[in-house]
Design a protein around this ligand. Structure first.
Ligand SMILES: Nc1ncnc2c1ncn2[C@@H]1O[C@H](COP(=O)(O)OP(=O)(O)O)[C@@H](O)[C@H]1O
Ligand SMILES: CC(=O)N[C@@H](CCC(=O)OP(=O)(O)O)C(=O)O
Length: 299
């Protein structure tokens, strides 16, 4: 049967035509995509993810990949006998933990992602925040209020950093040369120390500095859920503040949504929390009118 008589082929052609306005809208724009450690476990999904990123590049969008690797760091720490704990979704990081985090993130995971992208026909370059002066970190300062005494205390998370200065030139150079930057969330501080940065936080800071059209945070849930487990499709920073206070969001979702707020208030057009377990979630979000996941925009 010729393609012209095949209904399945016609449906595919229609899908492409439906995508046209979105392709035109986003041509030349930057999309920062954060790929979480949980989503990396499944080789089929990793293959789909790599294809999607390469497709974005092929249609004239500039994808910038920032990756996590929390579960993989945890596994390596266990192997070498280093204990690990979390505060509000952030790994307390002593010097030994920072070394392991850098080895796992900048080493094995970063290169694995570069390998997947080249396997899908793209050209990717793996870097960390240290390369080309991309991100200068400073020690994250975190406080917590004791619910009984109502006294606020300062928490010391060790070498957990937050992006202080972002110099996007290395990203722009890589993107302009037709390649895809793949970024590990590790950066040097002005004090010369190595800082471990939550990957969502790193992606948000980069999306803000680039004035990205979208920040996609791919994770292992369908998006942000309310207390009944129903997907929330649209949120503003004020909604997120309320959900944090009433305990609707917890754990790793806290830094994720704090990142979204920072990104949309500092220059990124919108952030989306997406289900990395769904094949081609990013394409569904970008190229269909229904979208997927939870969209966060400044009010
Ligand atoms: N309201 C919420 N909606 C969805 N997920 C939530 C919510 N509150 C907490 N979470 C948790 O946040 C997790 C996602 O964050 P995290 O584990 O850091 O993911 P990743 O490794 O992909 O960055 C979910 O698996 C879920 O357990
Ligand atoms: C400070 C901090 O928590 N850093 C994270 C960095 C990796 C990360 O964020 O990975 P996911 O996106 O897979 O969770 C960590 O050590 O696990």
């Amino acid at each position: 049967m010729s393609a012209a008589n095949d209904p399945a082929m016609l449906a595919k052609a229609e899908t492409l035509v439906d995508a046209l306005p979105y392709l035109q809208r986003y041509e030349g724009r930057t999309f920062v995509v954060k790929y979480g450690g949980h989503a990396m476990g499944d080789p089929d999904l990793a293959h789909d993810f790599a294809q999607d990123v390469v497709l974005l590049k092929a249609v004239g969008i500039n994808p910038v990949v920032v990756h996590g690797g929390g579960p993989q760091i945890g596994a390596m720490l266990k192997k070498v006998g280093v204990e690990s704990s979390f505060v509000d979704g952030l790994r307390v990081t002593d010097k030994a933990t920072a070394q392991v985090a850098e080895m796992v993130l900048s080493g094995s995971i970063n290169k694995e992602l570069v390998g997947w992208l080249s396997g899908a026909g793209g050209k990717a370059i793996g870097i960390s925040g240290k390369d080309g002066g991309l991100v200068t970190a400073r020690k994250l300062s975190r406080t917590s209020r004791d619910p009984d005494s109502n006294i606020e205390k300062v928490l010391d998370l060790g070498f957990v950093g937050e992006p202080h200065h972002v110099d996007t030139r290395i990203i722009e150079t890589i993107s302009a040369s037709g390649m895809i930057p793949v970024i590990a969330p590790i950066a040097a501080g002005e004090d010369g120390a190595t800082y471990n940065i939550n990957a969502d936080t790193m992606a948000g800071a980069i999306a803000a500095a680039l004035g990205a059209a979208r920040l996609f945070l791919l994770t292992d849930v369908s998006g942000v859920l309310d207390k009944q487990g129903t997907l929330l499709t649209d949120l503003t920073p004020a909604d997120i503040g309320r959900m944090k206070d009433d305990g609707t969001i917890s754990g790793g979702m806290i830094p994720k949504l704090e990142t979204c707020i920072h990104a949309v208030e500092a220059g990124c057009e919108a952030a989306v929390v997406l289900d990395g377990r769904v094949p081609h979630a990013m394409l569904l979000e970008m190229f269909t009118s229904q979208g997927a996941g939870t969209l966060i925009r400044a009010a």
